[in-house]
Design a protein around this ligand. Structure first.
Ligand code: GRF
Length: 202
């Protein structure tokens, strides 16, 4: 399965996908990495791994629609079968999602549907939950609202701050995102409306 990754920043989830790919456990090829941020570490990580990169900085376009059209054309040229968002900080428009002919997945640092949107770890701490975690989900037209593929919980401790909780969640993100991609690439993920059924190894 040919996958492309869109990322805006640090790229640690991209790095973990590349590591699994190199180990042969991803069962998918990363054929391109794109970013809206020319300075994204994610682009450097991809470059170093020999993966083709492309930047789509908003300043270079007259409108978000033009930027998204460019991204869609690039993904089509790459023959992408799955689009993986890994810290891509822009909300894809409804039009983009309708025009993409492949599934799009995202990882979010909370147990959705709790704490969608920005600063999920801070939202969880401020709310006072005792358990948080991360969610891999299909992207639909809402914000962090698509069908859930995988989730994993982590404890929230009294002494936690945003940094410590984010780190604990990130470690788990690096495990479940490659796992979700592997399951999709192996055809083990089926959508039934909002529910996602996983056919695991028997
Ligand atoms: C992660 O916390 C992810 O859950 C969220 O954005 C962050 C990206 O981190 N969507 P990184 O760039 O992969 O290190």
């Amino acid at each position: 399965m040919r996958i492309a990754v869109l990322a805006s920043g640090r790229g640690s989830n991209l790095q973990s996908l590349i590591t699994h790919w190199r180990r042969g456990t991803l069962k998918a090829d990363i054929v391109g990495v794109g970013s809206d941020n020319i300075k994204a570490m994610a682009l450097e990580i991809a470059d170093q791994a020999g993966i083709p990169t492309r930047a789509f900085p908003m300043e270079s376009y007259e409108s978000k629609k033009d930027q998204e059209t460019d991204i869609l054309n690039w993904l089509e040229e790459l023959g992408v079968e799955l689009l993986v968002l890994a810290g891509y900080m822009r909300i894809l428009s409804k039009d983009f999602i309708r025009r993409a002919e492949y599934p799009i997945i995202n990882i979010h640092p909370s147990l959705l549907p709790s704490f969608p949107g920005l600063n999920a770890q801070k939202q969880a701490l401020d709310y006072g939950v005792k358990v948080s975690g991360c969610t891999v989900h299909f992207v639909d037209e809402g914000v962090d609202s698509g069908p859930i593929i995988l989730q994993q919980a982590v404890p929230v401790y009294e002494e936690d701050d945003v940094k410590s909780l984010s780190l604990r969640i990130l470690k788990v993100e690096h495990q479940i995102y490659p796992e979700a991609v592997r399951l999709i690439a192996e055809g083990r993920v089926k959508r039934q409306g909002r529910r996602v059924i996983i056919f695991r190894d028997s």
